[in-house]
Design a protein around this ligand. Structure first.
Ligand code: PAF
Length: 284
């Protein structure tokens, strides 16, 4: 059975005991409503650390006023069952009051341009909220390694930069996206999709695979790739919030003629869900 901690001090004490016994601690930060994507992070964490902590905390700081904080899925009993099945050692489930005892944090971690491109354009303050809570989790758990999904590519880039800029002694590992059989990236927000939306949502990855196929058959024009993805989505009745072709490390727009590794990232609203996905071109 995983040990459950609800206060930062009890969590830190346990993590320090593990370190005292020379055990590496891996952290998988989550907002709960766990699914197989999270479990892939857990499995990877278990390969890199002797003890694995999963945090479950729906962080109000990263939700905008019009966003889904109030209806964000919360399934703590199912989550704990799944974590036990996967042999997780500890779960950190603090309340909002435990995490922000003085009210909303006045100290915020902001990442300037990295946080204002792609999803940052339509979600002002979101990545500041993510970076702030992740910095707090790193101080509380003091993990040797922390794992994040590549589906949230921008988040991963931001956390790598946070760790570098603020000298956190934490190794960040990005874990490939886990997909449904139809290609849809697994996400807690997929619960908002009706069955019809679910099959429509699969066209996000189909459009991205189309970009990869075009790249592999020699297309190098950034705009051509971008347009192809946007057109493919609109043929499936999906209007993209954005389709961007960027450098995967800096998130700067790629050169007009693509060379080296390139990330194609999309965000789109399908039914009641805002979905994101991405694909890397030029990996090989
Ligand atoms: O990716 C998420 O679930 C959240 O953004 C994270 C990293 C747990 C921070 O709240």
């Amino acid at each position: 059975m995983a040990q459950i901690f609800t206060t930062p001090s009890s969590m830190r004490q346990w993590a320090r005991q593990q370190h005292g016994q020379k055990r590496r601690v891996g952290l998988v930060p989550t907002m709960g409503a766990l699914h197989l994507g999270h479990m892939a992070l857990v499995r990877e964490a278990q390969r890199h650390a002797e003890r694995v902590v999963v945090s479950i905390f729906v962080n109000p700081l990263q939700f905008g006023p019009q966003e889904d904080l109030a209806r964000y899925p919360q399934t703590p009993e199912d989550d704990l069952k799944l974590l036990d099945e996967f042999g997780v050692d500890a779960v950190f489930m603090p309340s909002v009051e435990e995490m922000y005892p003085l009210g909303p944090s006045l100290t915020r971690v902001s990442l300037e341009r990295l946080a204002s491109v792609l999803c940052g354009k339509s979600r002002p303050g979101h990545f500041q909220g993510v970076a702030t809570v992740v910095a707090k989790l790193f101080h509380i758990v003091e993990p040797d390694t922390a794992l994040f999904g590549q589906k949230d590519w921008q988040q991963l880039v931001i956390i790598r930069r946070l760790v570098a800029d603020l000298n956190f002694p934490v190794e960040i590992i990005g874990v490939p996206t886990v997909r449904e059989a139809n290609g849809l990236a697994i996400s807690s927000r997929n619960r908002y999709l009706s069955p019809a939306d679910t099959s429509r949502a699969a066209s996000l990855y189909r459009a991205l695979r189309g970009a990869l196929a075009a790249y592999q058959s020699g297309t190098r024009g950034r705009e051509e790739i971008r347009r192809q993805v946007a057109d493919s989505l609109s043929l499936s009745g999906i209007e993209a919030e954005y389709v961007e072709v960027v450098d995967p490390r800096t998130l700067e727009p790629s050169p007009e003629m693509l060379s080296g590794q390139t990330l194609v990232a999309v965000a789109a609203r399908v039914g009641k869900a805002r979905l994101i996905d991405n694909i890397l071109l030029g990996q090989d």
